[in-house]
Design a protein around this ligand. Structure first.
Ligand code: SAH
Length: 221
């Protein structure tokens, strides 16, 4: 309950039904998205739109990603662990933004390290997440392009911002058997969702559907 007395749980349930209808079938992803209250991560004026399948502004020219894209990426991220019947281990997220996807990840993984380069959003995410008291979620202010070596190796790495190429540091910090999911620019300028698996015989990269994410930038601001 509770955003000015409005109960959003039915709206959230409808959103999860929509995601299932779009082909998301991993019960762990669907249950994490049923649990996390997305309306608490956007401005109160946007709360009634929080359970539509759209991205929304979160300040500083950034956006909270579309729920359909979040679900798709988390399903891809979890697939290798799900196949082994294992829970998702340590995860690195680049682009905390308002903290929504970090909260969903925290419900699915043993440990989550989430990096944001904009101090204003890092602080906002901290405020948004405080009431949930997620002990396995670590928010870091820093340039995600250099990753976070202290938490490495990661079973999974996920980026919510798209660059020209994948930083080599991410692949270095990925565990053997781990998977990276990120938007990457294609020749011609459009972004595509990319999946990279680190296997004993090397990196295996696949390009999937087109996506539209905010740009990956370097440095802290
Ligand atoms: N997952 C977020 C989506 C935020 S949008 C959510 O649920 O709200 C992507 C974010 O990536 C933006 O906040 C942007 O500032 C951040 N970002 C871009 N480049 C980055 C970098 N190199 N390191 C860390 N964060 C970065």
């Amino acid at each position: 309950m509770g955003h000015g007395g409005v109960d959003f749980s039915r709206a959230r349930e409808r959103l999860v039904d929509l995601l299932a209808g779009q082909g998301i079938s991993d019960p762990v992803v669907l249950s994490a998205m049923r649990r996390v209250e997305r309306h608490r991560f956007v401005d109160s004026a946007l709360a009634t739109q929080a359970y539509e399948d759209t991205s929304l502004p979160i300040g500083l020219a950034q956006t909270i990603s579309k729920p359909g894209v979040v679900a798709r990426m988390l399903e891809l991220l979890r697939a290798p662990s799900a196949t082994l019947g294992q829970p998702l281990g340590r995860v690195l997220e680049i682009g905390t933004g308002c903290g929504y996807q970090a909260a969903v990840l925290s419900a699915m993984a043993t440990e989550v390290y989430s990096m944001e380069r904009l101090r204003g959003l890092h602080d906002k995410a901290r405020d948004n997440l405080r009431p949930f008291r997620l002990a396995n979620l670590h928010l870091l202010l820093g340039d995600g392009m250099v990753g976070y070596p202290k938490g490495a190796p990661y079973a999974a790495i996920i980026a919510a911002a798209g660059g020209e190429a994948l930083p080599a540091t991410w692949l270095d910090q990925l565990a053997m058997g781990g998977r990276l999911v990120a938007p990457v620019h294609q020749p011609g300028g459009r972004q595509a969702l990319t999946v990279v698996d680190k296997t004993p015989s090397g990196l295996v990269q696949r390009f999937l559907e087109p996506v539209l994410f905010v740009p990956l930038k370097s440095g802290v601001a």
